[in-house]
Design a binder for this molecule. Structure first.
Ligand code: NAI
Ligand code: AKG
Length: 450
Protein backbone atom coordinates (compact mmCIF):
# COMPACT_ATOMS: atom_id res chain seq x y z
CA UNK A 1 0.00 0.00 0.00
CA UNK A 2 1.21 3.54 -0.75
CA UNK A 3 1.75 6.09 1.97
CA UNK A 4 -0.06 9.43 2.14
CA UNK A 5 2.99 11.18 0.67
CA UNK A 6 2.81 9.09 -2.53
CA UNK A 7 -0.57 10.40 -3.61
CA UNK A 8 0.70 13.47 -5.50
CA UNK A 9 -2.31 13.60 -7.79
CA UNK A 10 -4.34 14.72 -4.76
CA UNK A 11 -2.22 17.87 -4.33
CA UNK A 12 -4.71 20.09 -6.16
CA UNK A 13 -7.49 18.96 -3.85
CA UNK A 14 -5.25 19.51 -0.83
CA UNK A 15 -4.49 23.05 -2.04
CA UNK A 16 -8.14 23.86 -2.78
CA UNK A 17 -9.67 22.49 0.41
CA UNK A 18 -7.19 22.90 3.29
CA UNK A 19 -10.12 24.18 5.38
CA UNK A 20 -11.99 20.87 4.94
CA UNK A 21 -9.71 18.43 6.80
CA UNK A 22 -12.27 15.66 7.32
CA UNK A 23 -13.15 15.70 3.64
CA UNK A 24 -9.46 15.43 2.71
CA UNK A 25 -9.12 12.62 5.27
CA UNK A 26 -11.94 10.63 3.65
CA UNK A 27 -10.41 11.20 0.21
CA UNK A 28 -6.95 10.09 1.38
CA UNK A 29 -8.29 7.00 3.12
CA UNK A 30 -10.05 5.97 -0.06
CA UNK A 31 -7.07 6.80 -2.30
CA UNK A 32 -4.67 4.83 -0.10
CA UNK A 33 -6.84 1.74 -0.45
CA UNK A 34 -6.91 2.18 -4.24
CA UNK A 35 -3.20 2.77 -4.74
CA UNK A 36 -2.73 -0.51 -6.65
CA UNK A 37 -5.28 0.66 -9.23
CA UNK A 38 -3.65 4.08 -9.56
CA UNK A 39 -0.24 2.47 -10.12
CA UNK A 40 -1.63 -0.13 -12.58
CA UNK A 41 -2.04 -0.12 -16.39
CA UNK A 42 -5.25 1.96 -16.39
CA UNK A 43 -3.94 4.18 -13.59
CA UNK A 44 -4.31 7.45 -15.46
CA UNK A 45 -8.01 6.85 -16.11
CA UNK A 46 -8.61 5.79 -12.49
CA UNK A 47 -6.86 8.89 -11.15
CA UNK A 48 -8.98 11.16 -13.35
CA UNK A 49 -12.15 9.31 -12.42
CA UNK A 50 -11.23 9.58 -8.74
CA UNK A 51 -10.67 13.35 -8.99
CA UNK A 52 -14.00 13.75 -10.81
CA UNK A 53 -15.73 11.79 -8.06
CA UNK A 54 -14.13 13.97 -5.38
CA UNK A 55 -15.76 17.13 -6.76
CA UNK A 56 -19.49 17.34 -5.89
CA UNK A 57 -21.82 17.78 -8.86
CA UNK A 58 -23.65 20.52 -6.96
CA UNK A 59 -23.77 22.06 -3.48
CA UNK A 60 -26.88 23.92 -2.41
CA UNK A 61 -26.40 26.27 0.55
CA UNK A 62 -29.23 28.21 2.14
CA UNK A 63 -30.35 30.22 5.14
CA UNK A 64 -32.84 28.61 7.48
CA UNK A 65 -34.84 31.09 9.55
CA UNK A 66 -37.11 29.75 12.22
CA UNK A 67 -38.90 31.03 15.31
CA UNK A 68 -37.83 30.01 18.83
CA UNK A 69 -40.22 29.62 21.77
CA UNK A 70 -39.72 33.28 22.73
CA UNK A 71 -40.98 34.47 19.36
CA UNK A 72 -37.49 35.43 18.17
CA UNK A 73 -36.36 34.63 14.63
CA UNK A 74 -33.16 32.56 14.64
CA UNK A 75 -30.89 31.70 11.70
CA UNK A 76 -28.89 28.64 10.75
CA UNK A 77 -27.02 27.46 7.65
CA UNK A 78 -28.42 24.56 5.65
CA UNK A 79 -26.74 22.57 2.88
CA UNK A 80 -27.39 19.72 0.50
CA UNK A 81 -24.31 18.28 -1.17
CA UNK A 82 -25.52 16.53 -4.33
CA UNK A 83 -22.29 14.64 -4.74
CA UNK A 84 -22.77 12.00 -7.40
CA UNK A 85 -25.72 10.98 -9.55
CA UNK A 86 -23.68 8.43 -11.52
CA UNK A 87 -25.55 5.38 -10.20
CA UNK A 88 -28.93 6.96 -9.45
CA UNK A 89 -30.65 9.76 -7.51
CA UNK A 90 -28.55 11.55 -4.90
CA UNK A 91 -29.12 9.58 -1.70
CA UNK A 92 -27.87 10.13 1.83
CA UNK A 93 -28.87 11.47 5.20
CA UNK A 94 -29.33 14.87 6.79
CA UNK A 95 -27.32 15.75 9.89
CA UNK A 96 -28.36 18.43 12.40
CA UNK A 97 -25.40 19.15 14.68
CA UNK A 98 -23.45 22.31 15.59
CA UNK A 99 -20.25 20.87 14.05
CA UNK A 100 -21.86 20.59 10.59
CA UNK A 101 -20.26 22.64 7.84
CA UNK A 102 -19.68 22.18 4.12
CA UNK A 103 -16.49 20.17 4.68
CA UNK A 104 -18.15 17.70 7.06
CA UNK A 105 -21.01 17.18 4.62
CA UNK A 106 -18.55 16.72 1.76
CA UNK A 107 -16.75 13.99 3.70
CA UNK A 108 -20.04 12.26 4.44
CA UNK A 109 -21.30 12.67 0.86
CA UNK A 110 -18.05 11.32 -0.57
CA UNK A 111 -18.26 8.20 1.62
CA UNK A 112 -21.90 7.82 0.68
CA UNK A 113 -21.12 7.46 -3.05
CA UNK A 114 -19.14 4.26 -2.52
CA UNK A 115 -21.31 2.89 0.26
CA UNK A 116 -24.37 3.23 -1.92
CA UNK A 117 -22.54 1.52 -4.77
CA UNK A 118 -21.82 -1.44 -2.47
CA UNK A 119 -25.53 -1.95 -1.75
CA UNK A 120 -26.00 -3.03 -5.36
CA UNK A 121 -28.95 -0.63 -5.67
CA UNK A 122 -29.20 2.22 -8.21
CA UNK A 123 -28.36 4.99 -5.75
CA UNK A 124 -26.12 8.03 -6.20
CA UNK A 125 -24.50 9.77 -3.23
CA UNK A 126 -25.37 12.91 -1.29
CA UNK A 127 -25.52 14.35 2.19
CA UNK A 128 -27.01 17.42 3.79
CA UNK A 129 -27.83 19.07 7.04
CA UNK A 130 -27.47 22.11 9.20
CA UNK A 131 -25.42 23.55 12.05
CA UNK A 132 -28.68 23.67 14.06
CA UNK A 133 -28.21 22.11 17.52
CA UNK A 134 -31.31 20.09 18.53
CA UNK A 135 -29.93 19.67 22.08
CA UNK A 136 -32.06 21.56 24.58
CA UNK A 137 -34.64 22.63 21.97
CA UNK A 138 -38.34 22.10 22.64
CA UNK A 139 -40.40 19.86 20.36
CA UNK A 140 -42.05 23.00 18.92
CA UNK A 141 -38.66 24.53 18.11
CA UNK A 142 -37.47 21.34 16.42
CA UNK A 143 -40.69 21.19 14.39
CA UNK A 144 -40.43 24.82 13.29
CA UNK A 145 -36.78 24.34 12.37
CA UNK A 146 -37.56 21.20 10.33
CA UNK A 147 -40.37 23.00 8.51
CA UNK A 148 -38.15 25.98 7.72
CA UNK A 149 -35.37 23.67 6.52
CA UNK A 150 -37.74 21.78 4.22
CA UNK A 151 -39.28 25.01 2.91
CA UNK A 152 -35.87 25.69 1.35
CA UNK A 153 -34.86 22.14 0.46
CA UNK A 154 -38.14 20.93 -1.07
CA UNK A 155 -37.51 22.54 -4.45
CA UNK A 156 -34.43 20.34 -4.99
CA UNK A 157 -36.03 16.99 -4.09
CA UNK A 158 -37.75 14.43 -6.26
CA UNK A 159 -37.88 10.60 -6.07
CA UNK A 160 -35.65 10.39 -9.13
CA UNK A 161 -33.43 13.36 -8.27
CA UNK A 162 -32.54 13.52 -4.58
CA UNK A 163 -33.91 11.54 -1.62
CA UNK A 164 -32.55 12.47 1.84
CA UNK A 165 -32.96 10.49 5.09
CA UNK A 166 -31.77 10.80 8.70
CA UNK A 167 -28.33 10.92 10.30
CA UNK A 168 -27.06 12.42 13.58
CA UNK A 169 -29.81 14.57 15.10
CA UNK A 170 -32.36 13.53 12.49
CA UNK A 171 -34.58 10.55 13.33
CA UNK A 172 -38.20 9.57 12.79
CA UNK A 173 -39.58 12.68 14.49
CA UNK A 174 -37.60 15.10 12.31
CA UNK A 175 -38.29 13.14 9.10
CA UNK A 176 -42.02 13.31 9.96
CA UNK A 177 -41.96 17.08 10.40
CA UNK A 178 -39.98 17.57 7.18
CA UNK A 179 -42.25 15.27 5.20
CA UNK A 180 -45.30 17.09 6.62
CA UNK A 181 -43.94 20.38 5.34
CA UNK A 182 -43.03 18.87 1.95
CA UNK A 183 -46.63 17.66 1.53
CA UNK A 184 -48.05 21.02 2.59
CA UNK A 185 -45.92 23.00 0.16
CA UNK A 186 -45.94 20.75 -2.88
CA UNK A 187 -49.35 19.04 -2.65
CA UNK A 188 -47.55 15.79 -3.56
CA UNK A 189 -48.50 12.90 -1.35
CA UNK A 190 -47.18 9.38 -0.96
CA UNK A 191 -44.03 10.12 -2.94
CA UNK A 192 -40.67 8.84 -1.88
CA UNK A 193 -38.71 12.07 -1.42
CA UNK A 194 -37.49 11.12 2.04
CA UNK A 195 -36.74 7.75 3.60
CA UNK A 196 -36.95 6.75 7.23
CA UNK A 197 -40.60 7.81 7.20
CA UNK A 198 -43.16 6.52 9.69
CA UNK A 199 -45.04 3.35 8.75
CA UNK A 200 -48.15 5.56 8.78
CA UNK A 201 -47.08 7.40 5.61
CA UNK A 202 -44.90 5.29 3.40
CA UNK A 203 -42.06 4.11 5.63
CA UNK A 204 -40.41 0.73 5.42
CA UNK A 205 -40.32 -1.95 8.08
CA UNK A 206 -36.83 -2.35 9.58
CA UNK A 207 -35.50 1.05 8.37
CA UNK A 208 -34.97 2.38 11.92
CA UNK A 209 -33.18 -0.83 12.85
CA UNK A 210 -31.34 -1.34 9.55
CA UNK A 211 -27.96 0.33 10.14
CA UNK A 212 -27.41 -1.30 13.53
CA UNK A 213 -28.80 -4.68 12.51
CA UNK A 214 -26.81 -4.64 9.26
CA UNK A 215 -23.62 -3.89 11.20
CA UNK A 216 -24.19 -6.90 13.43
CA UNK A 217 -25.15 -9.18 10.54
CA UNK A 218 -21.82 -8.32 8.96
CA UNK A 219 -19.99 -8.71 12.28
CA UNK A 220 -21.50 -12.17 12.67
CA UNK A 221 -20.39 -13.17 9.18
CA UNK A 222 -16.85 -11.81 9.72
CA UNK A 223 -16.47 -13.56 13.07
CA UNK A 224 -17.73 -16.83 11.60
CA UNK A 225 -15.54 -16.74 8.50
CA UNK A 226 -12.36 -15.27 9.99
CA UNK A 227 -12.40 -16.65 13.53
CA UNK A 228 -14.63 -19.67 13.09
CA UNK A 229 -16.75 -18.76 16.10
CA UNK A 230 -20.10 -17.16 16.87
CA UNK A 231 -20.91 -14.02 18.84
CA UNK A 232 -21.99 -15.76 22.03
CA UNK A 233 -20.32 -14.14 25.05
CA UNK A 234 -18.03 -11.99 22.91
CA UNK A 235 -17.25 -8.73 24.72
CA UNK A 236 -18.49 -5.98 22.38
CA UNK A 237 -17.87 -2.27 22.96
CA UNK A 238 -20.37 0.10 21.36
CA UNK A 239 -19.94 3.86 21.34
CA UNK A 240 -22.90 6.19 20.98
CA UNK A 241 -26.43 5.54 22.16
CA UNK A 242 -28.41 6.86 19.21
CA UNK A 243 -30.15 5.08 16.38
CA UNK A 244 -27.22 2.98 15.15
CA UNK A 245 -25.86 2.14 18.61
CA UNK A 246 -29.24 1.13 20.03
CA UNK A 247 -30.11 -1.33 17.30
CA UNK A 248 -26.58 -2.73 17.12
CA UNK A 249 -26.87 -3.42 20.86
CA UNK A 250 -30.30 -4.97 20.45
CA UNK A 251 -29.13 -7.42 17.77
CA UNK A 252 -26.00 -8.30 19.78
CA UNK A 253 -28.20 -9.14 22.78
CA UNK A 254 -30.31 -11.33 20.52
CA UNK A 255 -27.16 -13.16 19.35
CA UNK A 256 -25.99 -13.75 22.95
CA UNK A 257 -23.04 -11.33 22.84
CA UNK A 258 -21.99 -9.22 25.83
CA UNK A 259 -22.62 -5.52 25.20
CA UNK A 260 -19.96 -3.89 27.37
CA UNK A 261 -20.57 -0.18 26.73
CA UNK A 262 -22.77 2.58 25.34
CA UNK A 263 -21.85 6.26 25.44
CA UNK A 264 -22.80 9.81 24.56
CA UNK A 265 -20.73 12.95 24.19
CA UNK A 266 -20.69 13.39 28.00
CA UNK A 267 -19.70 9.92 29.18
CA UNK A 268 -19.90 6.15 28.98
CA UNK A 269 -21.77 3.37 30.77
CA UNK A 270 -19.71 0.20 31.28
CA UNK A 271 -21.66 -3.04 31.79
CA UNK A 272 -19.03 -5.34 33.29
CA UNK A 273 -21.47 -8.28 33.23
CA UNK A 274 -23.02 -7.29 29.92
CA UNK A 275 -26.01 -5.08 29.17
CA UNK A 276 -29.42 -6.60 29.97
CA UNK A 277 -32.71 -6.19 28.10
CA UNK A 278 -33.89 -3.91 30.95
CA UNK A 279 -30.77 -1.76 30.52
CA UNK A 280 -31.50 -1.54 26.78
CA UNK A 281 -35.04 -0.30 27.51
CA UNK A 282 -33.67 2.33 29.90
CA UNK A 283 -31.19 3.62 27.27
CA UNK A 284 -33.85 3.67 24.57
CA UNK A 285 -36.32 5.53 26.84
CA UNK A 286 -33.64 8.01 27.87
CA UNK A 287 -32.63 8.82 24.30
CA UNK A 288 -35.88 8.47 22.34
CA UNK A 289 -38.54 9.60 24.85
CA UNK A 290 -36.76 11.98 27.20
CA UNK A 291 -33.95 13.01 24.84
CA UNK A 292 -31.73 13.00 27.92
CA UNK A 293 -28.10 12.28 28.79
CA UNK A 294 -26.90 8.82 29.85
CA UNK A 295 -25.83 10.35 33.18
CA UNK A 296 -29.53 10.74 34.02
CA UNK A 297 -30.08 6.96 34.04
CA UNK A 298 -26.96 5.90 35.95
CA UNK A 299 -29.10 4.72 38.90
CA UNK A 300 -31.48 2.80 36.64
CA UNK A 301 -28.99 0.55 34.84
CA UNK A 302 -26.78 -2.32 35.95
CA UNK A 303 -23.63 -0.66 34.57
CA UNK A 304 -21.30 1.98 35.95
CA UNK A 305 -21.33 5.50 34.45
CA UNK A 306 -17.99 7.30 33.86
CA UNK A 307 -18.30 11.00 33.20
CA UNK A 308 -16.01 12.49 30.55
CA UNK A 309 -14.82 9.08 29.33
CA UNK A 310 -15.53 7.05 26.19
CA UNK A 311 -15.35 3.30 25.49
CA UNK A 312 -12.00 4.01 23.81
CA UNK A 313 -10.43 6.05 26.60
CA UNK A 314 -10.91 3.32 29.24
CA UNK A 315 -8.35 0.52 29.57
CA UNK A 316 -10.79 -2.40 29.14
CA UNK A 317 -10.49 -5.63 27.20
CA UNK A 318 -12.98 -5.90 24.33
CA UNK A 319 -13.19 -8.66 21.73
CA UNK A 320 -14.95 -6.41 19.24
CA UNK A 321 -15.00 -2.62 18.91
CA UNK A 322 -18.08 -1.19 17.19
CA UNK A 323 -17.83 2.60 17.02
CA UNK A 324 -21.35 3.94 16.38
CA UNK A 325 -21.16 7.60 17.44
CA UNK A 326 -19.27 9.99 15.18
CA UNK A 327 -16.18 10.71 13.06
CA UNK A 328 -12.62 10.44 14.44
CA UNK A 329 -13.69 9.07 17.79
CA UNK A 330 -10.85 6.51 17.76
CA UNK A 331 -7.38 8.05 17.58
CA UNK A 332 -3.99 6.39 17.45
CA UNK A 333 -3.65 6.11 21.24
CA UNK A 334 -7.07 4.45 21.61
CA UNK A 335 -6.32 2.14 18.69
CA UNK A 336 -3.04 1.03 20.31
CA UNK A 337 -4.86 0.39 23.58
CA UNK A 338 -7.52 -1.69 21.82
CA UNK A 339 -4.84 -3.77 20.09
CA UNK A 340 -2.81 -4.15 23.30
CA UNK A 341 -5.94 -5.47 25.00
CA UNK A 342 -6.40 -8.10 22.30
CA UNK A 343 -9.23 -6.69 20.21
CA UNK A 344 -10.15 -9.17 17.46
CA UNK A 345 -12.20 -6.91 15.21
CA UNK A 346 -13.13 -3.29 14.58
CA UNK A 347 -16.29 -2.85 12.50
CA UNK A 348 -17.50 0.70 11.99
CA UNK A 349 -21.16 1.63 12.54
CA UNK A 350 -20.41 5.36 12.31
CA UNK A 351 -18.94 7.12 9.28
CA UNK A 352 -15.15 7.46 9.51
CA UNK A 353 -14.98 6.91 13.30
CA UNK A 354 -11.30 5.90 13.05
CA UNK A 355 -8.75 8.57 12.16
CA UNK A 356 -5.97 7.93 9.61
CA UNK A 357 -3.33 7.14 12.28
CA UNK A 358 -5.67 4.76 14.10
CA UNK A 359 -6.52 3.02 10.81
CA UNK A 360 -2.79 2.45 10.26
CA UNK A 361 -2.56 0.79 13.69
CA UNK A 362 -5.39 -1.64 12.85
CA UNK A 363 -3.91 -2.40 9.42
CA UNK A 364 -0.57 -3.29 10.98
CA UNK A 365 -1.98 -5.31 13.87
CA UNK A 366 -1.73 -8.97 13.10
CA UNK A 367 -5.08 -10.59 12.37
CA UNK A 368 -7.36 -7.73 13.51
CA UNK A 369 -10.50 -7.67 11.36
CA UNK A 370 -10.97 -4.08 10.16
CA UNK A 371 -14.10 -3.18 8.19
CA UNK A 372 -14.69 0.45 7.15
CA UNK A 373 -18.07 2.06 7.72
CA UNK A 374 -18.91 2.36 4.05
CA UNK A 375 -19.27 -1.44 4.06
CA UNK A 376 -20.39 -2.26 7.60
CA UNK A 377 -22.97 0.51 7.99
CA UNK A 378 -24.40 0.22 4.46
CA UNK A 379 -27.52 -1.58 5.71
CA UNK A 380 -29.21 1.71 6.60
CA UNK A 381 -29.06 3.23 3.16
CA UNK A 382 -29.70 -0.23 1.70
CA UNK A 383 -33.08 -0.41 3.41
CA UNK A 384 -33.69 3.22 2.44
CA UNK A 385 -33.28 2.01 -1.15
CA UNK A 386 -35.86 -0.67 -0.42
CA UNK A 387 -38.18 2.00 1.01
CA UNK A 388 -37.85 3.88 -2.31
CA UNK A 389 -38.75 0.69 -4.20
CA UNK A 390 -41.82 0.15 -2.01
CA UNK A 391 -42.89 3.78 -2.47
CA UNK A 392 -42.54 3.46 -6.25
CA UNK A 393 -44.66 0.31 -6.19
CA UNK A 394 -47.08 1.81 -3.64
CA UNK A 395 -46.67 -1.33 -1.58
CA UNK A 396 -45.46 -2.18 1.91
CA UNK A 397 -43.38 -5.28 2.33
CA UNK A 398 -43.48 -7.44 5.45
CA UNK A 399 -40.63 -7.01 7.91
CA UNK A 400 -39.38 -10.57 7.31
CA UNK A 401 -38.91 -9.77 3.63
CA UNK A 402 -37.02 -6.53 4.31
CA UNK A 403 -34.87 -8.18 6.98
CA UNK A 404 -34.02 -11.03 4.64
CA UNK A 405 -32.99 -8.58 1.92
CA UNK A 406 -30.90 -6.63 4.44
CA UNK A 407 -29.19 -9.83 5.49
CA UNK A 408 -28.55 -10.72 1.84
CA UNK A 409 -27.08 -7.29 1.16
CA UNK A 410 -24.61 -7.48 4.07
CA UNK A 411 -23.66 -11.00 3.02
CA UNK A 412 -23.06 -9.86 -0.55
CA UNK A 413 -20.91 -6.91 0.56
CA UNK A 414 -18.84 -9.19 2.77
CA UNK A 415 -18.29 -11.58 -0.13
CA UNK A 416 -17.05 -8.69 -2.31
CA UNK A 417 -14.55 -7.75 0.39
CA UNK A 418 -13.51 -11.34 0.89
CA UNK A 419 -12.74 -11.69 -2.80
CA UNK A 420 -10.11 -8.95 -2.46
CA UNK A 421 -8.72 -10.66 0.60
CA UNK A 422 -8.42 -13.99 -1.19
CA UNK A 423 -6.37 -12.31 -3.91
CA UNK A 424 -3.87 -10.90 -1.41
CA UNK A 425 -5.58 -7.66 -0.32
CA UNK A 426 -7.54 -6.76 2.79
CA UNK A 427 -11.25 -6.52 3.56
CA UNK A 428 -10.85 -2.74 3.69
CA UNK A 429 -9.24 -2.60 0.24
CA UNK A 430 -11.97 -4.87 -1.08
CA UNK A 431 -14.74 -2.56 0.12
CA UNK A 432 -13.13 0.56 -1.31
CA UNK A 433 -12.15 -1.08 -4.58
CA UNK A 434 -15.58 -2.64 -5.26
CA UNK A 435 -17.41 0.66 -4.60
CA UNK A 436 -14.95 2.72 -6.63
CA UNK A 437 -14.80 0.38 -9.63
CA UNK A 438 -18.56 0.33 -9.96
CA UNK A 439 -18.77 4.13 -10.08
CA UNK A 440 -15.67 4.53 -12.30
CA UNK A 441 -16.96 1.99 -14.82
CA UNK A 442 -20.36 3.68 -14.92
CA UNK A 443 -18.69 7.07 -15.47
CA UNK A 444 -16.77 5.69 -18.43
CA UNK A 445 -19.96 4.19 -19.91
CA UNK A 446 -21.83 7.48 -19.43
CA UNK A 447 -19.01 9.32 -21.19
CA UNK A 448 -18.39 11.45 -18.10
CA UNK A 449 -14.72 10.46 -17.77
CA UNK A 450 -12.59 8.72 -20.35
N1 NAI B 1 -28.84 6.70 10.98
C1 NAI B 1 -28.37 5.95 10.01
O1 NAI B 1 -29.11 5.23 9.32
C2 NAI B 1 -26.92 5.92 9.70
C3 NAI B 1 -25.99 6.55 10.51
N2 NAI B 1 -24.67 6.41 10.26
C4 NAI B 1 -23.66 7.04 11.11
O2 NAI B 1 -23.76 6.50 12.42
C5 NAI B 1 -23.32 7.47 13.38
C6 NAI B 1 -24.41 7.66 14.42
O3 NAI B 1 -25.59 8.15 13.78
P1 NAI B 1 -27.05 7.98 14.40
O4 NAI B 1 -27.05 6.87 15.38
O5 NAI B 1 -27.99 7.98 13.28
O6 NAI B 1 -27.21 9.38 15.14
P2 NAI B 1 -28.00 9.72 16.47
O7 NAI B 1 -28.18 11.18 16.47
O8 NAI B 1 -29.18 8.84 16.62
O9 NAI B 1 -26.94 9.30 17.57
C7 NAI B 1 -25.65 9.85 17.60
C8 NAI B 1 -24.97 9.32 18.82
O10 NAI B 1 -23.60 9.70 18.83
C9 NAI B 1 -23.30 10.38 20.02
N3 NAI B 1 -22.33 11.41 19.71
C10 NAI B 1 -22.44 12.40 18.82
N4 NAI B 1 -21.33 13.16 18.87
C11 NAI B 1 -20.52 12.58 19.76
C12 NAI B 1 -19.24 12.87 20.25
N5 NAI B 1 -18.56 13.94 19.80
N6 NAI B 1 -18.69 12.04 21.17
C13 NAI B 1 -19.37 10.96 21.62
N7 NAI B 1 -20.60 10.65 21.22
C14 NAI B 1 -21.15 11.45 20.30
C15 NAI B 1 -24.60 10.98 20.48
O11 NAI B 1 -24.61 11.22 21.86
C16 NAI B 1 -25.57 9.87 20.10
O12 NAI B 1 -25.57 8.86 21.05
C17 NAI B 1 -22.97 8.71 12.57
O13 NAI B 1 -21.60 8.65 12.24
C18 NAI B 1 -23.80 8.54 11.29
O14 NAI B 1 -23.25 9.26 10.22
C19 NAI B 1 -24.21 5.63 9.25
C20 NAI B 1 -25.08 4.99 8.42
C21 NAI B 1 -26.50 5.17 8.52
O1 AKG C 1 -30.66 6.14 4.42
C1 AKG C 1 -30.05 6.99 3.83
O2 AKG C 1 -30.41 7.51 2.78
C2 AKG C 1 -28.73 7.53 4.32
C3 AKG C 1 -28.13 6.89 5.51
C4 AKG C 1 -26.87 7.64 5.81
O3 AKG C 1 -26.90 8.83 5.99
C5 AKG C 1 -25.59 6.97 5.80
O4 AKG C 1 -25.51 5.86 5.26
O5 AKG C 1 -24.61 7.52 6.31
Amino acid sequence: MSTRGDLDFLDDLRRKYPHQPTFLQAVEEMALALSDLFDGPDGDFYQRAFLAMAEPERIIAFRVSWMDDNGKIRFNRGWRVQFSSVLGPFKGGLRFHPTVDEGVLKFLGFEQIFKNALTGLPLGGGKGGSDFDPKGKSDGEVRRFCEAFMSELCRYLHPSTDVPAGDIGVGGREIGYMYGQYKRITNRHGVGVLTGKSMNFGGSEIRPEATGYGLIYMTKIAVQRKLNRNLTDMRCAISGSGNVAQFAAKKLLEFGAKVMTVSDSNGVIVFESGMTATDWDAVSDCKNKHRGRLSSIQDKVSGQYYDGESPWSLDIKYDLALPCATQNEIDEKSARQLVKNGVLGVLEGANLPTDLEAQAVFRKADGVIYVPGKASNAGGVGVSGLEMSQNAQRLTWKSEKVDEKLHGMMDEIYSMMEEAELSGGTLEQGANRAGFLKVATAMRELGWVY
